[in-house]
Design a protein around this ligand. Sequence first.
Ligand code: PHE
Length: 370
Amino acid sequence: MSGPNTDYDPVEVTPLKAEEVDAARDAALAAIAGAQDLEQLKQVRLEHAGDRSALALANREIGALPPQARKEAGQRIGQARGAVNKALAERQTVLEAEHEARILVEEAVDVTLPTDRRPAGARHPLTTGAELIADIFVGMGWEVAEGPVIEAEWLNFDALNLGPDHPARTMQDTFWTDPPEDHLVLRTHTSPVQARTMLTTTPPIYVVCPGRVFRTDEYDATHSPMFHQVEGLAIDEGITMGHLKGTLDHFAGAMFGEGITTRFRPSYFPFTEPSAEVDLTCFVCRGSGLKAGSSESCRTCRGEGWIEWGGCGIVNPRVLRACGVDSDRYTGFAFGMGIDRTLMFRHGLEDLRALFEGDVRFTTAFGSEL
Ligand code: PHE
């Protein structure tokens, strides 16, 4: 096979041998047939049909041949190049079709496959729990009220009959904010929302107020300096302790299922009179006090059959008056429970901190709850 003839000296040009042209053609055809994809075919084209391919160089040498040899060489090389170009075009068509077919298979998307590439987040059980509680009350025609977490001292304490010297103030381990003369606290309970509601609405009032509250508690399995309460307030003519008991029994049943009710124990809160602690039928042993199928005590209620749930009572008339409600005409009841505690019972959680630490493995376990 000839190399490039750069100086085109006719004397030095060796006539192109027929076998060399045939060999170049056959090599090209074999390479074309062997090209497995379009990329390989591109290389083959460059090598066997490009400017520097043997046949292209041979073609250039035709002019340097003695005239009598030109015709035959021209024909032979022309045919060889024609055959190569035709084979290239055919192989190109075949490979393109294959390529498209392969894309169709490789890039096919099964739209019926379940997708988990972006795992759906889960709503936090505290959010869904607070909503569930609100829904139970909305179902009875109540409204939902909210208040700020940084609260006026007067609303958190004074309006609720907790004057500056009231001993019960020290029972609520309060976070005070700077500067002290602003008289602002991180609310220690949701009861200031009662006061806010009474100050801004005229009775009858039926509101439920879920929200975050703060106390300078240790952080451990059963305490947290930040937790959640839900407050309820009903003000109307002729409201009695019976309405309170009936409402809380309905709340307990709706939240924990049939057979779960409440019992009251006498207690004291400055803002209610009379006041009671509310206990809930133990959700685990359902009141029996016994561990399922054994004579041992239930671990959750320690054999009591009841668990502490919250506080409640008939709104102290002093609170009604401080908040501008006619205490001769209206009476009311109020209650407050820990939402976190309620959820711990409901979901059998052992450690309160699981609710606050933001571990997605915890929340996704509740993912489907609406
Ligand atoms: N606010 C009280 C507490 O946090 C609970 C309560 C609310 C008691 C309403 C009675 C009435 O302890």
